[in-house]
Ligand binder design. Structure first.
Ligand code: M6R
Length: 595
């Protein structure tokens, strides 16, 4: 998704370099074009094009851009195809105001038509340009920048954040409505960005904006204003100690493979954090004291919630409903009251669908909990209590270590809630490591077979249902083949008709469900289908599976977590065999900040 990064400095300097570095730190979000606008010698220097940060900035010499204020933008196309004209930043009609946005202006068609009728020079079909004309419209009528932004805010529907500056006042302005926006306080310079981690290499002094707030930055001060009445508001500066580790591939061919191999350490760090955290009990008390509990999330995070609900139900005997975040509003919204606890689960903590669910729930209950990986994210800042995933920086678009840590977190919480000891959780990291070592060869072999098909199924039962769905998502995401994840007992209710000679079906089984799985496997193999099974070794599985990818013996609750490893590896090897870069699959983005 789009990312915006702005800088204002006391003296003009080669700020292009810092803008590019900021943009690079936002590039994990996924994008198709990049651009930079800097005020240089009283004129706005705008350079932009389709492509990757390093390639475009080298070609257009962003690093040489010199001035005292500027903005960099990474665009992930929604309104308007990826093109140089649609790339951001954009200029106003006369080229004396520039800015860029992140988010979606949902009334783009109407506004665009209106601005064209009013005589604005609308150059692109991108919604970000409308933010600039919306401010320009009022500024040209004589309103100051704060008033102009306030009025533009009324015209621009949707959720967004934008940064804007003009060639007159030595200020950088930004506004937040639904999308991330964070300010960094430097020495004689100020920064603002879509996220916190991208600012930390420049400063540790951070100010978070809330929705409906404007910031006016000069090199020495940040002033905040409320959209509702235009009055100045005081904000707290928060100090951070550490910069995030900016990832390198560290000898691996892709970040995805590196992140898969980081899972033993990620689990160890998480279990240690939970063992020592005084917030676990507080977090659990909200769940315990509630009549209704929902786990709301999207994509991989939702799949972890499926397993989470299984753990809470079977271990802690707590009825917890897993739900896709937008469906939470439409299907269960009516049931949310002050005795309801809503746990929002998100790697990024910025997923728009998740934040919508959070904002909806907040109107009805104050029991809003968050589980996220990105520290300083909107979800973290808006939850009543939160627990971090402690998985470290995840670069690759496909979630791997953050997904696994979500599953581990839920198992830990369910055990604690049930009053069970979590000491055995210390073993998980070693088991994951040995699964990585023992299954890689078989996964490559399975990937070679599965990669010959453009459609397949991944089936789970009980605790492995969420893992089967996650396996299917990983395969779809990075191989571009269709893979459907299902409850294995549902297969005979329709999809079984797809099975023919050699047709591939993956089965993921926990030890407990061996018997039922074996019968589902046979429904496929007796019709000529090929059953590739991920499970612990036992006689029955050996006899019935066409190929068995063996998990170490670990029991019913650990085995779904371990089964995730071969599933990730299979998807990874299928992807690379097809020549796809699994880190940046087409059309996708790491952080989805639109509806
Ligand atoms: O940041 P989140 O966990 O909220 O993201 C939700 C989904 O977009 C995400 O899990 C997505 O499905 C993964 N990239 C898939 O690997």
């Amino acid at each position: 998704m789009c990312g915006i990064f702005g800088i204002i400095t006391l003296k003009p300097r080669a700020i292009g370099k810092d803008l590019v570095a900021g943009g690079r730190r936002l590039s994990y979000r996924g994008y198709d074009s990049v651009g930079c606008a800097v005020l240089s010698d009283g004129k706005i220097d705008l350079r932009k094009d389709v492509g990757k940060v390093d390639e475009v900035s080298k070609r257009l010499k962003f690093s040489e851009m010199y001035g005292d204020r500027g903005v960099m933008q990474l665009r992930w196309a929604t309104f308007g195809a990826p093109s140089r004209t649609n790339a951001q930043p954009h200029l106003d009609c006369n080229g004396d105001m520039a800015g860029a946005h992140n988010g979606n202006i949902v009334n783009t068609p109407q506004l665009r038509e209106q601005f064209i009728k009013e005589g604005h020079k609308v150059r692109s079909t991108n919604d970000g340009e409308l933010c600039i004309h919306a401010v320009e419209k009022y500024y040209d009528k004589g309103f100051d920048m704060i008033e102009s932004i306030r009025k533009a805010y009324e015209d621009l529907r949707g959720d967004y954040a934008f940064i804007i500056f003009n060639d007159g006042e030595k200020r950088l302005y930004a506004v937040k409505k639904g999308s991330g926006l964070v300010v960094g306080v430097g020495r004689d310079e100020m920064y603002c960005s879509s996220d916190l981690p991208s600012l930390l290499p420049l400063t540790k002094k951070i100010i978070f904006l809330n929705d409906g707030e404007i910031v006016s930055l000069s090199p020495k001060e940040a002033k905040f204003f409320s959209i509702s009445d235009g009055k100045e508001i005081k904000k707290k500066t928060v100090s951070y100690r550490k910069s995030p580790e900016y990832a390198r591939k560290g000898g691996y061919e892709h970040f995805m493979l590196k992140e898969i191999h980081e899972q033993p350490t990620a689990i160890e760090d998480l279990v240690e954090l939970l063992d020592e955290s005084k917030y676990v009990d507080k977090f659990l008390s909200f769940i315990d004291d509630s009549d209704k509990v929902f786990l709301a999330a999207c994509g991989s995070s939702y799949h972890a919630c499926l397993l989470g609900s299984y753990y809470f139900g079977n271990i802690a005997k707590k009825f917890v409903v897993p739900v896709v975040a937008p469906q939470f509003i439409s299907q269960y919204g009516h049931a949310v009251d002050d005795k309801t606890c809503v746990v929002l689960v998100s790697q990024s903590g910025e997923t728009k669908d998740v934040l919508n669910a959070m904002n909806y729930a907040k109107e009805k209950t104050d029991k809003i909990l968050g589980v996220m990986n990105v520290i300083g994210s909107t979800l973290m800042n808006s939850s009543k209590a939160y627990l971090p995933l402690a998985a470290g920086y995840e670069v690759s678009v496909p979630a791997t270590k953050t997904f696994l840590n979500q599953c581990v977190m839920f198992l830990y919480l369910a055990k604690r809630m049930a009053g069970e000891s979590c000491r055995d959780m210390g073993e998980l990291s070693k088991l994951v490591k040995s699964t990585l070592n023992s299954t890689t060869r078989d996964c490559k072999k399975a990937a070679a077979y599965l990669g010959r098909w453009d459609e397949l199924y991944s089936l789970g039962y009980g605790s492995t249902y969420g893992i089967a769905k996650e396996t299917a998502l990983k395969i779809k995401e990075i191989t571009y083949s269709h893979c459907e994840g299902m409850y294995s007992s549902e297969f005979k209710h329709g999809p079984l008709s797809a099975v023919r000679r050699g047709y591939p079906v993956m089965f993921i089984s926990s030890p407990k469900d061996t018997d039922v799985m074996v019968s589902h496997i046979n429904e496929v193999t007796c019709r000529g289908g090929k059953a590739i099974v991920i499970a612990e070794r036992n006689e029955s599985m050996v006899k019935n599976a066409d190929e068995l990818i063996q998990l170490p013996h670990s029991g019913d609750y650990f085995s779904p977590i371990l089964a995730t490893i071969p599933a990730q590896l299979i998807a990874y090897y299928m992807s690379t065999r097809r020549g796809i870069d699994p880190d940046f699959p087409r059309n996708l983005s790491k952080t989805i900040t639109v509806d």
